[in-house]
Design a protein around this ligand. Structure first.
Ligand code: ZN
Length: 427
């Protein structure tokens, strides 16, 4: 049973467009009736309400939403209904400046659960699967939505916040967990801890890891490393607090994510001109969510870079795919010696290097130019010089420049439970 809502998941392109138009028109009517933020933004659109093609709407940016919450503290004006209808308050991490608050009503939360149902079924989750969520249940929305959606589907779920990695490993083995939801980085951290402590993860019942929060789930060498350690399958998922859980990797076509186009309208644009890019070209992901009327986003510029492809997938869906998953964040691009380098590309190289436990990227300015230095932490007991030579050669082969490399003693580079920060920008 690979579908959660087959009626919409199996629509062809014309069917998808028809559903999107119907849902978008209904949402816009509700939003224009009650939402001060969008009423202001859409003043020009209102006069031609019969044509509700999403392309005629202006973009929404993160900076606008943040400024709105600063000007109208604490929740801003992107609220379609009166405040007493909202039941959930979450906020983003502070990794992109001021945290952004998001409010949802129960109806919006049902929409989150429907999206997650599609993600889980698409990823191959089955009724008897037992879930493990190794992270702290703080204000971040993604974990709550993933957890409650799995419960709603009838699966047994273990919240594992406030535990050490060792305690989590024991819990995974003892409780015969079959599905783990975490960041790719934390999956690798658990694998490392299991090696150190002699825990046999490969012999555990885990068969699926659904990873999110970083590009790693679609980075070939990262997923290979996780899959080898757990002898389990890695499935990538992406979403954003202010947008929703928009995409998932299906079982039949690894190496990319489908957008849930029955619940989101997705576009890829040239970040400079704002024009739509051609099919298969790199562009900034722009998303409109269709079922979160309480605090919607219309044509939201995510800052994520994707290569979109349309057409029917082996899984039967016509939902657009981002080839290679989310390729990186536009802000994270590093321009070095004539190359545009994304941290995800370096991660792909680093995770393929034998004997390397962890790494960090230092970007230093030398006059008008950037320089890249790698800090490498070899596994205990391996030949550090050999690890260094392999890393230098791999970067040189891929990008045609020689990075400066320094070695870090075992166990000294940071490990992460949430999104990893492996790029250090030095003045
Ligand atoms: Zn598919």
């Amino acid at each position: 049973m690979p579908y959660f809502f087959a009626e919409e998941e199996l629509l062809d392109r014309d069917g998808i467009v028809a559903v999107q138009r119907r849902k978008f028109a209904a949402m816009v009517r509700a939003v224009l009736a009650g939402n001060a933020f969008y009423r202001g933004k859409l003043a020009d659109v209102q006069s031609s309400q019969t044509d509700v093609a999403v392309e005629s709407f202006p973009f929404t940016t993160r900076a606008e939403l943040q400024q709105d919450q600063i000007s109208h503290s604490p929740f801003g004006t992107n609220l379609t209904f009166s405040l007493d209808q909202y039941t959930r308050l979450h906020q983003t991490s502070a990794s992109f400046g001021e945290p952004l608050r998001v409010l949802d009503r129960n109806a919006d939360w049902e929409w989150w659960r429907r999206c997650w149902g599609i993600i889980y079924r698409g990823a191959g989750v089955e009724p008897g699967d037992r879930f493990f969520f190794p992270f702290s249940f703080g204000p971040f929305i993604g974990f709550w939505a993933a957890f409650e959606s799995a419960v709603a589907m009838g699966n047994m779920c273990l919240p594992a916040g406030g535990m050490t990695t060792s305690a989590r490993l024991r819990s995974i083995v003892d409780h015969k967990v079959t599905v783990i939801c975490c960041t790719p980085t934390y999956a690798l951290r658990m694998a490392e801890a299991a090696r150190e402590e002699g825990v046999n993860l490969a012999g555990s019942a885990v068969r699926l890891l659904i990873v999110a929060g970083e590009p790693g789930g679609s980075i070939p060498s990262t997923r290979t490393a996780i899959e080898a350690a757990f002898t389990a399958r890695v499935v990538d998922h992406a979403g954003a607090t202010e947008v929703g859980p928009h995409s998932f990797e299906c079982v039949e076509s690894p190496g990319g994510v489908h957008f849930i186009e029955s619940e989101f309208i997705v576009e890829a644009i040239d970040p400079r001109s704002g024009n739509t890019v051609g099919e298969g070209e790199e562009g900034e992901l722009v998303v409109t969510n269709l079922g979160r009327w309480g605090m919607p986003v219309i044509r939201y510029r995510t800052g994520d870079l994707v290569r979109l492809r349309r057409g029917q997938c082996r899984c039967g869906r016509h939902f657009a795919r981002a080839e290679g998953g989310i390729l990186g964040r536009i802000d994270d691009m590093i321009f070095i010696r004539g190359n545009n380098v994304y941290p995800a590309q370096i991660e792909d190289i680093m995770r393929g290097i034998d004997g390397l436990a962890e790494y960090r990227i230092h970007v230093c300015r030398r006059g008008a130019l950037n320089d890249l230095a790698l800090e490498l932490e070899p596994l205990p007991g391996v030949d550090a010089g050999a690890v260094q030579r392999r890393a230098e050669k791999a970067i040189q082969d891929r990008f045609h420049f020689r990075p400066s490399v320094r070695l870090a003693p075992p166990g000294t580079l940071p490990r992460f439970e949430m999104k990893a920060r492996r790029v250090v920008r030095e003045a």
